[in-house]
Design a protein around this ligand. Structure first.
Ligand code: PMP
Length: 360
């Protein structure tokens, strides 16, 4: 068996310990004589899995009691519609557009109400986070929306926007559980789990209770109402059961590692190594504004499309997978999520140094 260093932006690398445990339990989950994939979502065994997963997530993030945790489906993209359908009471929302995912969310929300683009970094290919300390927040805005970590462009909000009292909604798909978070600053935190937490197919929504109401936009399908899933504890219908099981294992892994403070320190150490090299390199260059650099996604270029392609090809041959940048921006991108070990980043930097020597 050979494991590669997988720098995919998502679905992405998972902790080996988690995969090994899942493999060991594949045919017989804790004496049930069946795999988690085969069991009823109404069974005692699964009830234990989902209850424990929620509790471990609550412990990791210090989620207050007045927030619900929902395990849903439909990808992060489904939330682009679900959020306005559930929250747009005044049919108005403010969006801060810092990348393709925020832009898509804003476009989707515009189907349901008035969307104000109150800040954007599109003028410089989304390479920075705009100043959000004093934005023209709409008095009628039902919420202010951000994509907290921009997977494609490698930027992250280091400070949350000043929403002037309005509810903050954040897509944290690509920075979920990468560092401690003050949940009370948000109305909704959500993300697809396929980057930092588990296999594709599960979306986690952490939502303040007062935002869960029956007063949703007319025609909102039952399955897209937060209340449906909150009332049924994510078991209104068959949930993405196996995915939730793996997420639960990753939560335990994170707890065993020491929690989110420890993950933050680990992630900072990994990112510092890679950014440090990019800053001193004579060939490679990071593309995100330094002050806004993500700890999770690190885009970089050589300045020559030919050399970029050569690097992607040769790095793959050397056992580094998925370093090609997003199709919309080109270049390279190394996603160094929680489960990427320091040694993976170290090996990548060593390879980049060698490539630089050979190609300068
Ligand atoms: N938001 C962010 C920040 C993302 O990186 C992505 C994509 N991977 C999405 C949303 C869309 O996620 P999904 O494919 O789960 O709909």
């Amino acid at each position: 068996m050979k494991r590669v260093y997988n720098f995919s932006a998502g679905p992405a690398v998972l902790p080996v310990e988690v995969l090994e445990e899942a493999a060991a339990e594949m045919l017989d989950y804790q004496g049930t004589g069946m795999s988690v994939m085969e069991m009823s979502h109404r069974s005692k065994a699964f009830e234990g899995i989902i209850t424990e997963a929620e509790q471990d997530l609550r412990d990791l993030l210090n989620i207050p009691d007045n927030y619900k945790v929902l395990f849903l489906q439909g990808g992060a993209s489904q939330q682009f519609a679900e959020i306005p359908m559930n929250l747009m009471k005044n049919k108005t929302a403010d969006y801060i557009v810092t990348g393709q995912w925020a832009k898509k969310a804003a476009q989707e929300a515009a189907k349901y109400g008035r969307v104000n683009k109150i800040a954007s970094s599109e003028d410089k290919t989304f390479s920075y986070i705009p100043d959000c300390s004093d934005l023209p927040i709409d008095e009628d805005a039902d919420y202010v929306y951000i994509c907290e970590n921009n997977t494609i462009y490698g930027t992250k909000f280091k400070e949350l926007p000043n929403t002037k009292g309005k509810t903050l909604v954040a897509d944290v798909s690509s920075c979920f559980l990468s560092e401690p978070v003050d949940v009370t600053k948000y109305g909704v935190i959500y993300g697809g789990v396929q980057k930092n937490i588990g296999p594709a197919g599960t979306v986690i929504v952490i939502i303040r209770e007062d935002l869960i109401t029956e007063d949703v936009l007319p025609g909102t399908p039952t399955m897209l109402q937060y209340k449906t899933h909150a009332d049924a504890k994510s078991l209104y219908n068959t949930p993405p059961a196996y995915g939730i099981y793996i997420c639960g294992k990753v939560f335990k892994w994170l707890k065993n590692m020491g929690g989110l403070e420890v993950m933050k320190a680990r992630n900072e150490k990994k990112a510092a190594l890679l950014y440090g090299f990019l800053d001193e390199s004579r060939l490679f260059k990071g593309t995100a504004a330094k002050k806004d650099r993500s700890l999770m996604n690190v885009p970089f270029v050589t300045g020559s499309e030919e050399l970029d392609a050569k690097f992607v090809k040769e790095s793959k041959e050397a056992g580094f997978e998925n370093l090609k940048g997003h199709r919309s921006v080109g270049g390279m991108r190394a996603s160094i999520y929680n489960a990427m070990p320091y040694e993976g980043v170290e090996a990548l930097v060593t390879f980049m140094k060698k490539f630089e020597k050979e190609n300068l």
